[in-house]
Design a binder for this molecule. Structure first.
Ligand SMILES: [Fe+2]
Length: 167
């Protein structure tokens, strides 16, 4: 898609607005992950959530830095999607009483969040490139890679956990 100079200001506004939503999303994920760590019965799964909590703390700091660089301060805008995904996750966890199924439910909920994050950062990275914000694009690509890694690790764990639950 070709973006003309008159549109750049609008795209910049859209970019900053979505960075603010990404910050809200990451902050909310740092509050949800401890619940997933606590509820996970599989040790490897709990460890994966712990590692991703550390990474997510890093994402919060990186997005705050991007916002400071772009507008001098870091503010949030409500990410309605993460509200929906975390509400859905909490309800699912509550409903599932069978422990062998609970890990599967946790993985499913976490992967929905990861897939949303991958989409968010893929879009933000592309917009940063169009806007000529090369340094931003590098940071966003690094975050996207960590989300993709976390998602892949969850898929690997799911292979084993799903099988155990079915057995
Ligand atoms: Fe993240």
């Amino acid at each position: 898609m070709k973006v003309f100079s008159a549109n750049i200001q609008d795209l910049r506004t859209l970019y900053v607005s979505n960075l603010k939503k990404a910050l809200d999303m990451e902050q909310k994920i740092t509050k949800t992950l401890p619940e997933l760590i606590e509820k996970a019965t599989d040790a490897e799964l709990a460890k994966a959530f712990e590692i991703h909590l550390e990474e997510t703390d890093g994402h919060v700091k990186k997005i705050e830095n991007l916002l400071r660089r772009n507008m001098g301060e870091s503010k949030t805008e409500t990410c309605k999607v993460i509200n929906g995904l975390t509400t859905e996750a909490s309800e699912t966890i509550k409903d599932v009483t069978d422990l062998s199924i609970r890990d599967i439910a946790l993985i499913g909920a976490a992967q929905q969040v990861e897939h949303h994050e991958i989409a968010v950062y893929g879009t933000l990275r592309r917009w940063a490139e169009i806007l000529g914000l090369a340094e931003d694009a590098v940071v966003l690509e690094a975050i996207e890679a960590e989300e993709a890694n976390a998602d892949e690790l969850l898929s690997e764990i799911a292979e084993r956990v799903n099988y155990q639950a079915a057995a």
